[in-house]
Design a protein around this ligand. Structure first.
Ligand SMILES: [Zn+2]
Ligand SMILES: [Zn+2]
Ligand SMILES: [Zn+2]
Length: 136
């Protein structure tokens, strides 16, 4: 969290109460949250930003690569992952699970970067399918 605060200071950004709380909510959760879920969790912390403010904050955090945004089935999700992970997305109930993967893919990333002379800074990977409950 302090690293994030420092990053924002380096960027010349202000650490408002709302901004701090959004970072806190996303950091605590570790994986994807929708805007509605973020609002709910902020309310639990007695912070009630209007939708415009929240939207502006999320754009700021995403643009500065502090948070990650992903649109799945038309829904926007945000996360500040503490550890690198990928996702299992159920196309039936829209649930999302996070998964750790072996180093295999991360090793491949280095190879891909080298082969294509591409400086990769990050990647995201979602597997789509049916969760255990929806297979029945
Ligand atoms: Zn995640
Ligand atoms: Zn499901
Ligand atoms: Zn990965």
């Amino acid at each position: 969290m302090n690293t994030i605060h420092n990053t924002i200071k380096t960027l010349g950004g202000r650490l408002t109460k709302t901004r701090k709380a959004i970072i806190e909510v996303l950091s605590e959760n570790r994986c994807f949250l929708t805007k509605a879920e973020i609002i709910q969790k902020l309310r639990d912390k007695k912070i009630k930003p209007d939708r415009t403010t929240l939207y502006r904050e999320l754009v700021y955090l995403t643009k500065n690569q502090i948070a990650r945004k992903n649109t799945i089935n038309g829904i926007e999700y945000f996360e500040i992952p503490q550890d690198h992970h990928h996702h299992l997305v159920c196309v039936s109930c829209n649930s999302i699970q996070s998964v750790d993967m072996s180093n295999h893919l991360e090793k491949q990333e280095k190879q891909i970067a080298k082969q294509n002379k591409f400086n990769i800074i990050n990647h995201s990977l979602e597997f789509y399918g049916y969760c255990h409950n929806c297979q029945a």
